[in-house]
Structures are given as C-alpha cells and as structure tokens.
Design a protein around this ligand. Structure first.
Ligand SMILES: Cc1ncc(COP(=O)(O)O)c(C=O)c1O
Length: 404
C-alpha cells in the first residue's frame, strides 16, 4: 500500500471542473455562463487598453525583477489605499499589504484573525462566493462558519430584515462578518446606502468585526469610488473609530486575472495597534509567500500614476460595466418577449457580473445537456459569457428548460 492511498476522495472544485468540461464540448453553439472573468463581445478575455498602454510604458523603462519589500510593491500598496479609501485615507490609521490577488487577501485576513483575536464565529452571506467557506475552513476548523440571510429567493431581493435580526439575535462580541463591498457574487444584489448604515450599526452594536471583500470595484456602477462608498462609510462611522478590514482584488477591475494582484487593508484605532498588526502580517507573509508578484503590481501602479492611463482605466471600467448592463437588458427583454415564466425584473436592477436565475439544479443540468449552455449548479448566471450573437439562443434555451 502506498503512503497516500488512504487519502479520502476530494470533490473537485465545481467552477474549474466546469471550465474543463466546457473546453471539451464540441457543440458550435456552446455558451459558458459560469466564470467570474470578464469577456468581451466576442466572448474572449479582454486586455484593458489602459493595461496595454501601461505595459508599453513599463517596458520602455529599465525593468528590473528585484524582490519587493515585505508588505509588497510600495507604489501598488499606496495605489490600493487610494482606490479604496480616497478622501477618508488621511483620517484613519490603515495598515496595508499586497496580497496574492483577492483570494490571498481573504486568506490573509482569515489567517491573521485566527492568530490574533481568534473569533469563535465567522458570518458568511447566504449565498456567498463559493470559496469563502473553503478559505475559512482551510485556515481554521476552530472557527465556526455560520450564514446570515442575504438573498430572498422568492422575491429576488435583499433580505435586510433577516440579516439584521439574525445578527442581532445570534451575533456575539468578537465574531467576524464577511461582507461584499459591491456587485455581490453570486446574487448581483447590493445593499442600499441606508441598508449599509444599518449593517454598520449592527456590527458596532454587537462588536462584530467586518471584512469587506472587494473583488468587483467598478463593476456595479462603472465608477470605482461610487462602488467603494460602503467602505468609506465604515471608515467615517462613529467619528472614525470603527475597526475593519478590506480584502481587495485587482483581478477583475484591471483584468489582471493571471497576475494575482490584490491588497489587504486593516483599519485600526491607533498607531500602536497598527504596529502590532503590521508585525503579524509580516510574520505570516514571510512564512507563506516571502514576497509578492511584481509585474502586475507595476502595471496597476503605472496606470494610477499616469493621468492619461488613469482616465483610460476609468473608461475601461465603464466599457466593462456598460457591456454587462447591455447584456442584462437583452436577456431580460428576450425572456419577457418569450413570456418565459419567472421573475425577471431583477436582471435589470442587479449589478455586476452575476444574477441568480431561479433555476432548479435539474433545469441547469438540462441547459447544459440539451443546449450546451453552462451555468453553476446554483443557477448563477455570469453575464460576461453573453454576446449579441448568443443572447437570443440563451434566452430560447432558458425558455425551453423552464417550459418543458
Ligand atoms: C467575491 C469574490 N471575492 C474574491 C475573489 C477572488 O478573486 P481573485 O483571487 O481572482 O482576485 C472572487 C473571484 O471570483 C470573488 O468572486
């Protein structure tokens, strides 16, 4: 018997398995509506024009491959702070580090909290990004994972009352809550500003430490600062005393998926805490990654520091969010025109890449088997896979599986 023969079977990751299945599907009308990766009108990965220009600008310089300091490439870290906190930056004490994309930022904050405040419970939205439970489970089996109501499947609206009352009843001092700053994955449904104020208040009342997962900044409204309003709101609440963290990804809003660029920000009350936070982050970083990727970091920093590239980036965000909005409208209209049973109004009011389509697992399987249209089994549809060419076919396919 081999040393590893008794390792229990692992269930393969659903999203990655689906990408592989899609590749081997030879049907000419196949459509992949599962990934959280922006695709252009030809269903191809899009290199942002701002990124293309920054690449040229960087190659012109003497481009070295030196190692970054322990907290990451300094210009990237300050750029990340400015994109996230803007005018509130100077009002708070913030410790920031570069991370291995958004996943790394989520992992780092989970690891950091499990080594420091040791929360008993982490609250995740129901539903949430499928990797949140995996990351927290990987970091610690001692931290209990609980879900708070978020999405009302009957009405396709935010269950803010359920969320607040659950946290009021069952939340405890020292718990942690993972919130998504904007363009919520998988529902496409964000709290209103008024709801964010209530979420901030319940966190303060109960002593729950909030983590903003900010993976889609710019995708909700096309304006990155508008999208980060909840973060700035938390930064200014109660005369700037709230402590919280932000796990930021540049994968989507700079289209740098493969470069693995992100940042973690921890907002503390005073310099003394910040010094301790920094020391723990450095310790974890040394043990886990030693140093951070620099190519993508230099691209992001270059874009942010060259006014013409920054303007182009703002345009790029509008291009991406605008195309997604257009596809939302086309799919919505296609389903309405076909009189497809269901509640479709939310496709127009949801934001970002995703919406829940309210399809059963059986209907999702039928879409794949009979029409070669791929969605996650939860019925989450990613609008990035839709184009002018395939949207009618997708509307037809959805209509068929619902009216079978
Ligand atoms: C909600 C959420 N957070 C974090 C991430 C992590 O993104 P990455 O590690 O690719 O930057 C994703 C990616 O799909 C996401 O949807």
């Amino acid at each position: 018997m081999g040393l590893f023969d008794l390792i229990p079977e692992e269930i393969p990751d659903g999203s990655f398995a689906m990408i592989e299945d899609f590749k081997t599907d030879s049907h000419d009308k196949k459509v992949n509506l599962s990934p959280g990766i922006y695709r252009d009108e030809n269903a191809k990965t899009w290199v942002l024009p701002s990124v293309k220009q920054a690449r040229v600008a960087r190659v012109d310089q003497t481009f070295d491959h030196d190692i970054s300091p322990q907290l990451g490439y300094p210009s990237l870290v300050s750029t990340a702070q400015q994109i996230t906190f803007r005018d509130t930056l100077s009002t708070r004490v913030i410790t920031s580090m570069q991370t291995i994309a958004g996943t790394g930022a989520n992992h780092f904050i989970a690891q950091f909290l499990s080594e420091t405040i040791q929360p008993k419970t982490v609250w995740l939205s129901a539903p949430s990004w499928e990797n949140h439970p995996k990351i927290w489970g990987h970091v610690s089996s001692a931290i209990k994972q609980r879900t708070y109501p978020y999405y009302d499947y009957q009405t396709s609206t935010l269950d803010i009352e359920g969320m607040i009352s659950t946290l009021r009843m069952d939340g405890s001092n020292g718990d942690v809550i993972v919130l998504q700053a904007c363009a919520h994955n998988p529902t496409g449904l964000d709290p209103s500003r008024e709801s964010w104020e209530r979420i901030g208040q319940i966190c303060e009342e109960k002593g729950i430490f909030p983590i903003f997962d900010s993976a889609y900044q710019g995708f909700a409204t096309g304006d990155p600062y508008n999208d980060a309003w909840p973060i700035r709101h938390f930064a200014t609440r109660s005369n700037g005393t709230m402590e919280f963290a932000v796990a930021q990804s540049f994968s989507k809003n700079f289209g740098l998926y493969g470069e693995r660029i992100g940042a973690l920000h921890i907002v503390t009350r005073n310099e003394e805490s910040a010094g301790k936070v920094e020391a723990v982050l450095k310790k974890i970083s040394r043990a886990e990654i030693t140093s951070t990727p620099s190519f993508g970091a230099k691209i992001v920093a270059t874009i942010f520091h060259k006014p013409e590239l920054k303007e182009q980036w703002y345009k790029d965000l509008k291009t991406m969010s605008g195309r997604l909005g257009d596809m939302r409208k086309r799919l919505h209209d296609g389903l309405i025109q076909r009189n497809t049973p269901g509640n479709w109004g939310h496709l127009l009011t949801d934001v970002g890449m995703f919406s829940m389509m309210g399809l059963s697992q059986k209907q999702v399987a039928a879409l794949r088997e009979n029409f070669h249209v791929y969605l996650l089994p939860t019925g989450r549809l990613s609008f990035t896979g839709l184009t002018h060419k395939n949207v009618e076919y997708v509307a037809d396919s959805i209509h068929h599986v619902i009216t079978l």
